[in-house]
Ligand binder design. Structure first.
Ligand code: FE
Ligand code: CA
Length: 530
């Protein structure tokens, strides 16, 4: 749905008053990048307190630059973050080859505007390929912390090694971000965040930490929730350590949402779409994303490509915004006619066409789908001698499309497809076949599913259904329910995934260790014990 369609939809629905709708559309349609310097807003640059409380971040790197991010928030836990309702601030940025900023490569001034929550997204170009940099911001008499970032190698470069981490599901209430402190010591080139960066729920007593306020619905509430998460020093440290490629899952907006459909019945559609627009805008504001991801009405383009020389191409997917509603609700079901309906989609037509054409053009050794929900057709039945059931919120709910994607990979001989997944709060290593229920065929791709960074807390650590899941699913090579993340080391010959788990996610000082490592040799999707 584009903006004018939303306009007529909301009018026909009568869910919003005309006056409310006009103010809503004015806020949504403003694109401050076009208005930089010519807005009638008052400029605001004198601060009593440091406005850089949320740290810095970088992301979406290519061979000549990346997005440098920060946000002005002198009172980050106030709904207005301590900034005027309408206003703008000039923010100076610098990027250098040294931490003391003696050798500044580039610098400039950008405008942080109230329309996008005083966030700053600087898209640098013209930097050296395959190089590390330091960056910082100044506003008024304050200077931000310093971040480290890097450019990717040239697309044609024969790169020998890439090291990256993948993470997801970081409930602030259920655990600490100690694992990020330890991830910072891994010295990775990149981080993939695969969704559930925040959770939308109301604060609950008796947990490790507590969300401020009720379930978030307004733009101010989404902004404050992100601020509460990003004030965590370990999360800030990891953002400042290297560029991130982020994508959302459901909780950045609402549990198990599917395009314009809420998980709950009877939700007013107009207010659901208004909430979606607020959630998308707050996500854009808080993440190091390019202009191509600036929200447009209730839409926001998050699917995109990145690459690491000839070694790997990354296709970052959005399996929420364009999907059809989950068949038979969001729970577990047999692979019945509703799940097999070829009209079911997680990708939507445009994203799928883009993904296929990008994969077709790829000359990279590894072709990596960075996405949200499990692609293996996994029978998650925990009881003995009961019929198989599959998660309808994951790829089995769109099993025709899932098999079509795998058939495409197989028929077009896409080089070494690897799928990165989050969402499920447990670790998995899965072999993917055109039809996962036909085990006699050869695996086409490999899926590494990262557990939650903190969601679930210590509860469930060590209890596993490993034996049941493995005996019910020949494609599952590893399953484990501890908290942590996956560290990947990739060369032209081999992919290596280390499952790093943390012994205590609820108390400071938890220690991470490698629970298991699995390898894939280029040319064969079979998972090997490393
Ligand atoms: Fe989650
Ligand atoms: Ca999720």
């Amino acid at each position: 749905m584009n903006f004018s369609q939303l306009d007529s939809y909301l009018k026909s629905e009568g869910g919003l008053s005309r006056r409310l709708f006009l103010s809503y559309s004015a806020a949504l349609s403003s694109v401050p990048f076009l208005g930089v310097g010519c807005s009638s807003f008052k400029s605001y640059e004198k601060f009593d307190k440091n406005p850089f409380t949320l740290g810095v971040a970088s992301g979406d790197p290519n061979h000549e630059g990346m997005v440098l991010w920060s946000k002005l928030a002198p009172q980050p836990l106030q709904l207005d973050s301590g900034m005027p309702l309408e206003g703008q601030s000039r923010v100076k940025w610098e990027i250098a080859t040294d931490a003391s900023f003696k050798n500044i490569s580039q610098s400039g001034t950008t405008v942080a505007s109230s329309e996008l929550g005083y966030s700053v997204h600087v898209e640098t170009t013209g930097l050296q390929p395959d190089s590390w940099y330091f960056y910082r911001f100044h506003c008024g008499n304050y200077t931000s912390s310093v971040g480290q970032t890097r450019t990717m190698p040239l697309d044609s470069a024969k790169v020998q090694k890439l090291k990256f981490a993948m993470t997801s599901c970081q409930s602030y209430e259920q655990g600490l971000y100690t694992a990020y402190e330890q991830m910072a010591a891994d010295n990775v080139d990149l981080v993939f965040h695969l969704g559930d960066y925040i959770y939308e729920y109301a604060g609950k007593d008796g947990r490790v930490r507590k969300h401020l306020g009720k379930e978030i619905e307004t733009l101010a509430e989404y902004r404050r929730r992100y601020a509460q998460y990003r004030l965590d020093k370990h999360l800030q440290i990891m953002h400042a350590k290297c560029p991130w490629l982020v994508t959302w899952d459901d909780h950045e907006f609402d549990n198990n949402w599917a395009d314009e459909v809420s998980e709950k019945k009877g939700v007013n559609k107009a207010s659901f779409l208004k909430r979606r627009a607020a959630a998308f805008q707050a996500y854009y504001e808080m993440m190091p994303l390019r202009k191509t991801s600036v929200p447009n009405g209730i839409d926001m383009t998050l699917y995109r490509q990145s690459s690491f020389g000839q070694l790997a191409n990354f296709y970052v997917l959005d399996t929420r915004q364009y999907r059809t509603d989950q068949p038979n609700g969001d729970g577990k079901d047999p692979l019945n006619a509703a799940a097999k309906n070829p009209a079911n989609t997680l990708l939507g037509k445009d994203q799928k066409a883009w993904m296929y054409s990008s994969l077709n053009k790829s000359t990279a050794t590894w072709n990596v789908l960075a996405q949200q929900v499990m692609m293996a057709t996994v029978n998650t039945q925990r009881k003995k001698n009961q019929p198989a059931v599959y998660s309808m919120d994951q790829w089995p709910g769109c099993v025709s499309e899932r098999n079509e994607v795998m058939r495409f990979m197989s028929e077009r001989k896409i080089s070494n497809p690897v799928v990165l997944t989050g969402d499920i709060h447990s670790n998995w290593a899965n072999e993917l076949r055109v039809d996962d229920l036909k085990m006699e065929s050869k695996p086409v791709a490999t899926e590494f599913v990262t557990t939650s960074l903190s969601s679930g807390g210590n509860k469930g650590q060590g209890t596993t259904f490993e034996n049941i899941y493995k005996s019910n699913n020949a494609s599952v090579q590893f399953h484990n329910t501890e908290r942590g993340y996956i560290l990947c080391e990739v060369t032209p010959d081999q992919w290596l995934s280390h499952y790093k788990v943390i012994d205590d996610v609820e108390k400071a000082g938890g220690k991470t260790s490698i629970r298991a490592s699995y390898a894939v040799q280029a040319g064969n999707a079979k998972i090997l014990t490393a």
